[in-house]
Design a protein around this ligand. Sequence first.
Ligand code: BGC
Length: 474
Amino acid sequence: MSSFRYRPEILEGVPERLTQNLKQFEDWFVLDAAELKKITDHFVAELEKGLTKEGGNIPMNVTWVKSSPSGRELGRFLTLDMGGTNLRVCDVTLSEQKGDFEQTQRKFKLPQEVKSGTGEELWDFVADRLKDFLEENPTGAQDNTSVPLALTFSFPVDQKNIRSGILQRWTKKFEVSGVEGEDIVPQLEAALARKNIPVDVVALINDTTGTMIASHYRDPQIKIGSIFSTGTNAAYMEECRLVPKLEGYGLPEDAKVIINTEYGAFDNDRQILPFTPFDHQIDSESLRPGTQLYEKMVSGLYIGEMLRLVMVKLHEEGRLFQDKDITRLRESNVVDATFLSIAEIDTSEGLDDMRKEFEGLFNFSPAVDEMKVCRYLTGLIATRAARLYACGIAAICKRNNIRECHVGVDGSVFNKNSGFKDRASQGLRDILDWPVGEIDLIALNASEDGSGVGAALAASLALKEADQIKTTIL
Ligand code: BGC
């Protein structure tokens, strides 16, 4: 029996005419322990399939990060982070004391036209922002010496080594032409050369890999690095001998490598996930229907839209906002994940913060009882997202016989709403059957700095490995 309970308390005292048909939403969104277990078992098989030569839905990309930092990494590195919403530039100096570093950073918003323009425009934008940053924070390097740079690129890439990677497909509403199917490092290098910026790209990593490295650096019990944000994904350290697609690479018997699962693509063949009509609509109206189906049910980029569709449906059924003009609410993507967090943490009697959001975003002010219904629906959607998120983490643990570990989690959805952590942890408890009273054996711990310190450490490891290869050849 699941110990999971959805929380209808918020509906106490709300008139029946508003709550009458909410049962259908519970049927759609509430997932019990048995369902989560079934999804997780299928997930384990799909992770396994992704490691074979034939592959499957989940890419299970080899990152070529083969070791963990020792704590003795030193030096100065530039890092660029191109993920979802922002471009982040950092200058990181790793110093002798383990875990000690200095960091200067600046964030730039990635404009929509850059996310949907050409590759050249994208990389020129990135190079220009790096140039702006270097003008404000000179590295002090002589003109003819290049500073090492690591790029965190939070999209699926097929890598043959750590300093190259072919973009498999754009995700998260990016649609830049001329980049898919291409190695992105030479594209970035060409832009850096056009702008005369003397840096040397030494490592290309995913945000999950950066999170894994940065959090393991501070806490050796970390076995998984994960992002729960605009998109969702996880990386973990795998034994190369258990990866059939690495056969023939001549790797030592005991070699290990970080695998970037790219598990947002789980169940693209629609075998197991409990898709609702809203999930189908979000997918069919997305830029890439049929891709990232798990991510579309879980991550921050889509859960706001999910709530919007649900509110519009209830309006059309004559239950919500009957006397209101909902023109603004009918606009796609007008609700984002922040709305859900605000709604969930507003404990004031009149739901004042939530009301402000309604007025600001949709131009109308609902009755308190209507907002209570919306808050209840928010809880259903956010709980489903967190419990499905737990399936991915549980699947990695089951596949790798990990009974106990820490997971480093970064991302706005996880960090801005503590409810997500509690619900995801409850999901793990339900799936993995921890004894009642036992602490969380798989602990989800907030982590940050994957794309700053994590990327700098990856760059340092890459330079060390390149040095070792040179020494062996000489
Ligand atoms: C990308 C991943 C990334 C995740 C979180 C997904 O859409 O494919 O590479 O790790 O978002 O940023």
